[in-house]
Design a protein around this ligand. Sequence first.
Ligand code: COA
Length: 298
Amino acid sequence: MTIRELAINEWDKVASLIFHSTNQWYLKKLNRGCFPGEDPSICRIFPEVYEKLDPGCCLVAEIDGEFAGSCFYHPRETHVSLGIMNANPKFSGQGVARNLLDRIIQRAGTKPVRLVSSALNLDSYSLYTRAGFRPLAIYQDMFLPAGKPLPPPSERIRPATLNDIPALMNLEEQISGIRREKDWRYFLSDDTGVWRGLICENEEQITGALFSINHPGSRMLGPGIMVDEDSAFDLITAHLNHQGQDSLIFLVPAAASHLVNRLYSLGARNCEIHLSQVRGETQEPAGIVMPTFMPETG
Ligand SMILES: CC(C)(COP(=O)(O)OP(=O)(O)OC[C@H]1O[C@@H](n2cnc3c(N)ncnc32)[C@H](O)[C@@H]1OP(=O)(O)O)[C@@H](O)C(=O)NCCC(=O)NCCS
């Protein structure tokens, strides 16, 4: 098995690997797909976004000249985040993911490595916990079925701007103990129109921020950080009001029971469970964290 960096002319190949390996795994184990439709090119969003954010930070595994797996990683000030990880089903159980993971852990050096993994996926849970990761928090993936009425947007909500970055970074450090200026700057500078950021504030003090992505390959809310559950609720409902509810997923900390119950009262349903995992030192979340898969952070 050879491990090397993804070449620039291989974006379609890696998109196809992500689309087919994830959908096959979901169909086999959970009796449903993960990415919609038949066209693997919707997964080009991963190399397109990630190679712009972190050029050269995708490793691929090859066996006998065939694409056997891929994994992206994202070095940041305080940590390295990892994902999306995929192994070609043809080579499943042959250590492809383990080899990619080992190489990324090696590249992370002394920095903690963070990720978000499905709690319904025993293969990835085992892969990461065998490699020294431990679950940090449980998240329920929720969605609001179309047609459910929403409360009007709170007056505490406004669009995020580049000027908010220092306050956002301080807030995330206080809540999660991590810093990642690059991600916030990327969301707020992007001109493709797929990202949107909202701020919740009380008397000019920021109490939360929540971003969203609206792309055929990924429609979800996150990342988000909030000092309290009410700020999280106001930010979630403001995004839902703006973007519509259809297949928009958001990860809510299972321990935030007041927030979860308010979302249930609106009619929200659970569709999966995820775990944030970390390998190395970190702090327990001191507020509400809403992770996303784009980029995964945990
Ligand atoms: C999850 C996935 C990446 C695993 O890839 P893989 O190449 O088959 O995994 P590996 O062969 O490297 O095995 C991983 C490790 O998990 C271990 N493992 C698997 N099932 C296990 C179980 N039930 N209990 C304990 N360990 C288990 C294996 O023994 C191996 O550990 P080892 O190398 O220390 O022996 C692959 O199934 C996949 O691509 N799935 C679809 C996409 C996906 O779910 N990605 C993950 C998103 S977070």
